[in-house]
Design a protein around this ligand. Sequence first.
Ligand code: AMP
Ligand code: ZN
Length: 114
Amino acid sequence: MSGCIFCRILNKELPSTVVYEDENVMAIKDIKPQAPVHVIIFPRKHFTGMMDFDLQDKALSIALINAIQKVAEVTGIAEGGFRVINNWGKNGGQTVPHLHYHVLGGADLGEKIV
Ligand code: AMP
Ligand code: ZN
């Protein structure tokens, strides 16, 4: 989708540090990390966010979970533990309207909600 930051990253129109990618998803380092490891995972297909995700797309649902596991492995946070966050809409604090998950780790995140 033109103008979408993550679509522009997918199209290589904007730079990013890729942590993991496959035919369905891309994972990049967050530009403003909130933890020692802060990775953003998003599908190559554009959805505004959680609420317009196509539940019929079973392969993509699995690909997103698979990407979370892969990111945790390659960044070394699987054993110590990590947090996965999705923000939807205004009250959720979503700033980029392209479905994405935050994966945060590398430190004890305690009980705070990022
Ligand atoms: P959200 O507030 O859930 O929509 O999260 C959007 C995230 O994308 C924020 O954590 C931003 O720091 C991150 N972000 C925005 N632009 C970029 C970019 N060009 N490269 C990497 N991360 C970005
Ligand atoms: Zn997009």
